[in-house]
Design a protein around this ligand. Structure first.
Ligand code: MN
Length: 373
């Protein structure tokens, strides 16, 4: 078999570190994250929005990211990125921002609005025009519902086709299953905007040791990685159980990086809960929750050996490959080997659905992948 071309439902770009400092008015720029590193290079003091805290320099998520960024030249260079993608056999890709991890540390709506708008304008100017293969996600402030709606509508008017939402909103905002967010789901559906949750983006308590540190001790690294997956599942089940996806049948959700096999499993649990606890279940749904989850939620995976079986054996058709470029959990450097292993002995129909079809259902404007071979 020759080269297998695939689209990717999960990839990342590192914005310039001074993006906010150079684009925001001075009084807001001063509130964005600023690090003072200790001379020994092990600890830093981070100042953000009037808060200061000490932390050990991250040794996991972001540090890995930075190491990877040296070999994946395209993580900071939108033009060079195409070369990396071609080598890997990745055609179109959903591109997530990186600076957005700070959004939950901003305490005022004004700062959050301005910072994310600056990021979106930067992406519009520097990333989107480089290639029609990039589906760049717009960032949405989630502290105030009206601000979220306004930014989504602005993004839609400016050509974005997907918004990135954290798996849990800003710590001071209502959670995703609350009716407060109804205007956002209505706006996303009306604009044909895909709502993309990336796993592991619950608000971070930065004072607790950095992003993604839940467990310490034996197994910690693996536990912390596996743990990130559940945030995506929680976001999906809130969208289903609260009726958000039932009320908006044309709204499509993408859960990136969390694997795919959990969808049929979680669908069973939601259905059982809804059916067996029917008297208590609010709101009532017009379709069964498993059907809603299986049809309106798309899920990207990178190495999961069971993801293809979710498509072939469990009836879940919205399985989407994602390279997670350029993260350590991703397939950069071995995407072709991964694809060949995953699809060895699998029908062309299944392979094309997982590598292309599910993606094009969400993003039909992306040009077709080159002929295989
Ligand atoms: Mn990812």
């Amino acid at each position: 078999m020759g080269k297998i071309w695939t689209n990717s439902g999960d990839s990342h770009f590192l914005e310039p570190e001074d993006l906010w400092r150079t684009r925001l008015p001075k009084e807001l720029a001063e509130l964005t994250p600023r690090s003072e590193k200790d001379p020994d290079g092990e600890w830093e003091t981070v100042h953000v929005d009037g808060q200061s805290f000490r932390r050990k320099l991250p040794t996991s998520a972001m540090a890995d990211f930075k190491e990877d960024s040296y070999r994946a030249v395209g993580v900071r260079d939108a033009g060079a990125r195409i070369g990396d993608l071609d080598k890997e056999g990745v055609w179109g890709e959903v591109v997530f921002p990186s600076l957005g991890m700070w959004a939950s540390t901003f305490r005022t709506p004004e700062l959050l609005r301005a910072a994310l708008r600056a990021s979106n304008e930067w992406a519009m100017g520097e990333l989107v025009p480089v290639s029609d293969r990039y589906v760049v996600t717009a960032q949405i402030p989630t502290l105030v519902v009206e601000d979220a709606v306004a930014e989504l509508e602005w993004a839609a008017e400016n050509g974005f086709r997907a918004v990135f939402l954290p798996t849990t909103p800003h710590p001071k905002a209502p959670d995703w299953h609350r009716y407060d967010w109804e205007p956002l789901w209505a706006a996303a559906e009306a604009a044909g905007m895909v709502v993309a949750f990336h796993i592991g983006t619950d608000p971070v308590d930065l004072t607790a040791g950095g992003a993604g540190v839940v467990f310490r001790g034996p197994g910690g690294a693996v536990l912390n990685y596996a743990e990130t997956t559940f945030s995506g599942q929680r976001a999906a089940m809130k969208m289903v159980a609260s009726g958000a996806l039932d009320r908006h049948p044309d709204l499509k959700v993408l859960i990136s990086e969390g694997g795919a096999t959990w969808i049929p499993f979680l669908g069973d649990r939601l259905l059982e809960g809804y059916r067996q606890h029917y008297k208590m279940a609010r709101p009532k749904l017009s379709r069964n929750p498993k059907e809603i989850l299986m049809t309106q939620v798309y899920a990207s995976f990178q190495h999961d050996e069971t993801a293809v079986a979710a498509h072939d054996a469990m009836g879940y058709k919205n399985v989407m490959f994602g390279s997670d470029y350029p993260h350590m959990e991703g397939t950069f450097g071995h995407t072709q080997n991964t694809l060949k292993d995953l699809f060895d002995g699998v029908s062309d129909e299944t392979r094309l659905r997982i590598t292309q079809g599910a993606f094009y259902e969400l993003f039909p404007h992306v040009p077709p992948v080159p002929a295989e071979g």
